[in-house]
Design a protein around this ligand. Structure first.
Ligand SMILES: Nc1ncnc2c1ncn2[C@@H]1O[C@H](COP(=O)(O)OP(=O)(O)OP(=O)(O)O)[C@@H](O)[C@H]1O
Ligand SMILES: [Mg+2]
Length: 240
């Protein structure tokens, strides 16, 4: 579904993403981990068109999307959430989610159809009863769910989640993890999921990618990644 080939992104002299080639398949949950500054968010910004890579290509469903604009990429079916939550805080939950239903991949809906779709996604993430609440009145865990519902309302084929579990309690993370599994199993959407709380994604992900200083150092099953020498060294500084 998603195929990155030799992607490099620099900022001045800093190589934030260094010759990365990875793929994500249909209905797959793939975790993306790595220490602070490894280049995870930059990779998302390349995939969803905020940055054009210095070199390399991004292909999605057989189409080259390198250099396309974020709204065009959303139209192809790639949608993301943000490391620092970006809900429209003066708007209600419904209005937030409606923007996805109106401006996402299925932009031909009538306003009534879009509203129905937004309500379905609000219910899907467990925010029923909150549709008319202003986003800023909600606690952080629920605002993250608003962002998730807004992304789902865009009808993505691939969802990019940037540390959606950070700052949540273990119980909230369990709930979130269950929702993300339902996104794959019930909606058939693939997920590429950046997370620092590695335990949160170990049991849920089909595959893990590990970035360190811009380079991909591992790609495999979570159980194999836990034993991987280069990964242990990157996280713990060697001598394991
Ligand atoms: N717009 C930018 N301009 C200059 N440098 C940047 C920019 N964005 C990111 N960087 C740098 O690129 C490197 C990778 O940053 P990035 O945000 O992708 O890391 P990350 O893996 O998401 O880290 P974290 O886990 O802390 O979120 C860092 O050294 C960062 O300072
Ligand atoms: Mg980041």
């Amino acid at each position: 579904m998603l195929e990155l080939s030799g992607v490099t992104k620099t900022f001045g002299g800093l190589v934030a993403v260094d010759d990365v080639s990875v793929s994500v398949g249909d209905a797959e949950i793939v975790g993306l981990i790595g220490p602070n500054g490894a280049g995870k968010t930059t990779l998302f910004n390349v995939i969803n068109g905020i940055y054009t890579p210095d070199s390399g290509t991004v292909r999605f469903d057989g189409t080259t999307i390198t250099g396309s604009k974020p709204n065009e990429i959303c139209g192809h079916g790639i949608v993301r959430t943000f490391q620092i939550v970006r809900t429209f805080d003066e708007s209600t939950v419904l209005e937030n989610v409606l923007t996805g239903a109106v401006f996402g991949a299925e932009a031909t809906r009538s306003i009534d159809e879009a509203t129905d779709h937004a309500h379905r996604m609000i219910e899907f993430v467990g925010l029923d009863g909150q549709a008319e609440t202003d986003a800023h009145e909600l606690p952080m865990a629920q605002r993250k769910h608003v962002e998730l519902a807004r992304a789902l309302a865009c009808d993505p084929k691939l969802l990019l989640l940037d540390e959606i579990g950070s700052g949540l309690t273990p119980a909230e993370i369990d709930e979130l993890t269950a929702t993300i599994e339902r996104i794959r199993d019930e909606l058939g959407i693939s997920v590429l999921w950046i997370e620092h709380v590695v335990e949160a994604i170990m049991g849920t992900t089909d595959r893990l990618l590990v970035l360190n200083e811009g380079s991909l150092i591992a790609d495999g099953k979570p159980s194999a990644i836990q034993q991987n020498e280069r990964v242990l060294e990157a996280y713990l500084g060697g001598g394991v």
